[in-house]
Design a protein around this ligand. Structure first.
Ligand code: ADP
Length: 198
């Protein structure tokens, strides 16, 4: 079982890349943000707890997100592996994940999509209003960036050389090409004429 973990700031494009990778590899894309937004839209108990925290750009509790991930990766479609997008977001989550993955005998592949903060801000200003995310307001986005810097960025030290770092600048195809080249497991399955040509 292969657990592909994508790290990156809000606005780094990790959600887009995670979707493409999932599609190419035929593995499920697990985004804790998507699951939480769906729970909010459905008005479930989880959604009621998560709604205000998400709108403010803060993190939902480690216990809740671990529960979500643990349950999701137990599903039969995750048997060969899965792509994790938005989890882990701090060291406590990374440690909990390591426990869950070793219990299942999963191999971790970790890639960080690196985008400088000024570019992140510019991107989110550009998309604001187009996809209508409540947490893309100026204030909530700044908070998400702060939370990313204080909680999630230290994950790079935590994973050390187990995480490959790739630049998130350039077109989506550029970034996807780099990602595939950086993940040997993925690259082996993704050698398409297009990527070879690049
Ligand atoms: P982005 O990466 O663009 O900030 P996500 O869709 O990954 O957005 O997450 C949106 C929000 O959902 C986060 O700001 C946070 O409130 C909540 N969330 C998602 N994943 C986690 C997580 N692993 N731990 C805590 N909160 C999370």
């Amino acid at each position: 079982m292969n657990a592909i973990i994508l790290l990156g700031a809000p606005g780094s494009g990790k959600g887009t890349q995670a979707m493409r990778l999932a599609e190419s590899l035929g593995l499920p894309h697990i985004s804790t943000g998507v699951i939480l937004r769906q729970a909010v839209a459905d008005g479930t108990e989880l959604g009621k707890v998560a709604r205000d925290i998400m709108a403010a750009g803060r993190l939902v509790s480690d216990e809740i997100v671990l529960g979500i991930v643990d349950e999701r990766i137990a599903a039969p479609d995750c048997g060969r592996g899965f792509i994790l997008d938005g989890y882990p977001r701090n060291q406590a989550q990374a440690r909990a994940l390591a426990g869950v993955l070793s219990k299942r005998g999963a191999t971790e592949w970790i890639a960080n999509i690196d985008v400088p903060p000024e570019e992140l801000t510019a991107r989110v200003r550009g998309r604001r209003g187009t996809d209508g995310r409540q947490d893309d307001s100026e204030e909530a986005f700044c908070r998400r960036l702060e939370v990313y810097e204080s909680e999630s960025l230290p994950l790079l030290d935590y994973y050390g050389n187990r995480a490959v770092n790739i630049s998130g600048l350039g077109s989506r195809d550029d970034v996807f090409g780099r990602l595939c080249a950086a993940l040997p497991f993925a690259a082996a399955r993704l050698v398409t004429p297009k990527l070879v040509a690049q």
